[in-house]
Design a protein around this ligand. Structure first.
Ligand code: NDP
Length: 278
């Protein structure tokens, strides 16, 4: 039976470390959380981030715009936040409502305040392996592996999903740690043949039950990044058939309580890093 990789417990440790460091920093780090429209899931994520800020001693400030506020108003707000010395990190909750261009919005964020590490400058830095602001979810996965003494060096890591926010940067971070990395996506034929080769399997797709026990090599380490809502049970779950895969793998992250809390903890770390650089 696989050992559970407890992201929730690790996130509590990381947030406590952030809090202690902030106590000796001499300034209060400020995180601007921008939300546009009234998407229910985005509201939950923003509220969680604000709660994390309170836990860590960060001043989390919410900026809410209506869904019809328009791209120009949003860009104006970001420019105002870029100029504010008390704001060290800026996060725009994605996805944005229809009519907004996410890429232009990201591009408007000052790279030194880009605590999601989404701007071209920060993406380039990640590509080069020369970065301080890490992409939150992939960095959260790396922190979980490190905490449990799992070294990706020399291992075959298979990342399922190639999004700009999870799959691609995940592959880069693993590569920087000397893993041999394969990236799979919706056009990958024979997915199970590839996943069965993985020493470390990271799934970031968003499809319930995608990864079943027969797709996992015995004793593999399985990291489930996805967050899905099971419409039958109403519960959150990942891509991985948890009970089935647990019987085959050596380690597995649960959903909830795995990568999600660590993503949030890395955001707090990034805000501290951005504030420290001022
Ligand atoms: P995207 O929808 O942007 O990307 C999904 C990826 O999965 C795409 O690359 C897509 O391929 C690939 N894919 C789709 N279907 C298949 C399939 N049948 N087989 C193999 N690959 C497939 O999602 P995100 O990367 O933003 O998020 C992925 C999941 O992670 C979601 O469930 C999301 O909620 C969750 N998430 C969790 C976070 C956390 O903190 N734990 C943070 C961010 C996201 P293609 O490119 O070809 O379309």
């Amino acid at each position: 039976m696989a050992k559970i990789l407890d992201g929730k417990a690790l996130a509590a440790i990381v947030k406590q470390e952030v809090k202690e460091e902030i106590a000796g920093l001499g300034i209060v780090p400020g995180l601007a959380v921008v939300i546009v429209g009234d998407d229910a899931a985005s509201r939950v994520y923003v509220n969680n981030k604000k709660r994390d800020c309170v836990d860590c001693g960060i001043k989390g400030e919410e900026f809410a715009l209506a869904a019809d506020a328009g791209q120009e108003r949003l860009l104006e707000l970001i420019h105002e936040l870029n100029a504010r010395p008390d704001i060290h990190g800026i996060l725009v909750q994605m996805p944005l409502p229809r009519g907004f261009c996410e890429q232009s919005v990201i591009a408007a964020i000052a790279p030194e305040k880009d605590v999601d590490a989404f701007t071209m400058e920060n993406v380039g830095r990640i590509m080069n392996g020369d970065y301080e602001l890490a992409p939150c979810t992939p960095a959260g996965v790396m922190a979980i592996l490190d905490h449990y003494g799992i070294d990706p060096a020399g291992k075959h890591c298979v990342v399922v999903g190639r999004s700009n926010i999870v799959g691609k940067p995940m592959a880069m971070l693993l590569l920087h740690r000397h893993a041999t990395v394969t990236i799979c996506h919706s056009r990958t034929p024979n997915l199970s043949e590839i996943t069965r080769q993985a020493d470390i399997l990271v799934s970031a797709v968003g499809k319930i039950g995608l990864i079943t026990a027969d797709m996992v090599k015995p004793e593999a380490i399985v990291v489930d990044v996805a967050i899905n809502r099971n419409t039958d049970t109403g519960k959150l779950c990942g891509d991985v058939d948890f009970e089935g895969v647990r019987a085959v793998a050596s380690h597995i992250t649960p959903v909830p309580g795995g990568v999600g809390p660590m993503t949030r903890a890395v955001l707090m770390q990034n805000t501290l890093i951005a504030a420290r650089r001022c």
